[in-house]
Design a protein around this ligand. Structure first.
Ligand code: S3P
Length: 427
């Protein structure tokens, strides 16, 4: 699908932010291996979390799904059944990596497949620790989907210091560890999103500058009945649009503000953004707020290495904000961005360059020369089938001097199915 994004004369109004993809994946998976009947409301209609639901269903987990209401009857840690056909994770790296951990732990024979983009993403980072635990896994070129899990002996617990800051890898190892008699320990130097440990109630210890997280069969899997909060990573597009558009005033309703997800707020505030959190409250175990944002003159900044994992999904749209700041900004230490649904460093720098921005690409990031109050030059681009690139390009298009064409715009539905209609709502 091709989208023609016309410049917006204003961006004003209220938006209800779609439910959080990261939390939804976990709610569906953890409910399935719990001993509880879990009622999840505000479950996303987005493609990625729906892939997780269908995989869990294929693994023999009884569930009823009525629009955003999902009831999952947990089968416990020993109740999953080997699927008769490959589990299709679609575009979803979180489904793929977390589910591989669960299946390896449970000793379920299965093959996991994905779409073209997911099939290009490395699974080496989960294969290595799972093999250390004794799992029998094979993969194409020993790294890429499809990964096949052979029914294996109970896994050996490990102590694993993460070589990359990744919540998916952390969660994969912890989930495999959840099936072991003895404790598996995962150590992270730079913290990544903490939904897994929080939602499972795992023990976490801070020792010096490292976080240690523990999981074993002794950890009871709690009920996951909850209302899923709005996705901060989806709100991010409007936070930036609200800052850089010359006539913007937006209110974003029901946004999850878990501190392990909101580095973009700190970065934008450092850039002088006029962002206010109102009606801060809790939904289940997660903090939620409404967020107001309006037009501001941004100043340049550099992203700290410790902020990278906490803002990883927001870096493409942050690059758009930086292009409108009064001077040179930088995102470095972010080579992980090259391993997402597409190479996001290359994708966003190409789009911004075509939009008239002076931008320099490095192996681990970007340097961007901003111009305050700028209109981007009209551009044509492809999302490279990446939802966050499609939406980052659209925000630039709304602040441009002519119609911009975005190919493969349907990718937005992976996390934000109503994104294109929400644009019409506020323009
Ligand atoms: C996610 C972790 C991040 C993020 C992804 C969702 C999660 O990936 O980019 O969109 O839900 O755990 P990495 O763990 O690969 O950094």
């Amino acid at each position: 699908m091709q989208k023609n994004v016309e410049p917006a004369s204003q961006l004003k109004g209220e938006l209800i932010i779609p439910p959080d993809k990261s939390i939804a994946h976990r709610a569906a998976m953890f409910s399935s291996i719990s001993d509880h009947t879990c009622l999840i409301s505000n479950f996303p209609s987005a493609r990625d979390p729906r892939s997780t639901l269908s995989c869990m269903h294929q693994l023999g987990v009884p569930m009823t799904v009525e629009q955003d209401k999902v009831e999952i009857i947990g089968v416990g840690r020993d109740g999953l059944k080997a699927p008769s056909s490959p589990l299709d994770c679609g575009n979803s790296g979180t489904t793929y990596r977390l589910l591989t951990g669960i299946l390896a732990g449970a000793g379920i024979s299965a093959e996991l497949i994905g779409d073209a983009s997911l099939s290009r993403r490395t699974m080496k980072r989960i294969i290595e620790p799972l093999r250390k635990m004794g799992a029998a896994l094979s993969a194409r070129d020993d790294a890429f989907p499809p990964v096949k899990i052979e029914k294996s002996m109970p896994l050996i617990p490990i102590r694993y210091e993460l070589p990359v800051a990744s919540a998916q890898v952390k969660s994969c190892v912890l989930l495999a560890g959840l099936f072991g008699e003895d404790r598996t320990e995962v150590i992270e130097r730079i913290p990544s999103r903490d939904h897994t440990e929080k939602m499972l109630g795992l023990e976490v210890k801070q020792r010096g500058d490292k976080r240690h997280i523990y999981a074993s069969l002794k950890d009871e899997v709690p009920s996951q009945s909850m209302r899923i909060p709005g996705d901060f990573s989806s709100a991010a597009f409007w936070l930036v649009a609200g800052c850089i558009h010359t006539d913007a005033e937006l209110t974003l309703r029901g946004v999850g503000i878990n501190p392990s997800r909101t580095a973009l707020l700190d970065i934008l505030k450092r850039m002088g953004a006029d962002i206010r959190l109102i009606d801060e409250r809790s939904e289940g175990k997660e903090p939620v707020a409404d967020i107001q944002v309006q037009t501001t003159n941004l100043i340049p900044t550099e992203v700290f290495a410790t902020e990278i994992p906490n803002a990883i999904d927001e870096l493409p749209i942050l690059a758009v904000a930086m292009a409108c700041a009064d001077g040179k900004s930088a995102i470095r230490n972010a080579s992980e961005l090259r391993h997402k649904e597409t190479d996001r460093i290359s994708a966003i720098s190409k789009i911004l360059r075509d939009a008239g921005v002076d931008i320099q690409e490095f192996e681990d990031g970007l340097e961007i020369q901003g111009e305050p109050g700028r209109s981007f030059s009209r551009f044509e681009c492809t999302s490279e089938d990446d939802h966050r690139i499609a939406m980052a390009a659209a925000v630039a298009g709304l602040c441009s001097d002519g119609d911009c064409i975005i190919d493969q715009a349907e990718a937005a539905a992976v996390s934000y199915p109503d994104f294109w209609s929400d644009i019409e709502r506020v323009r």
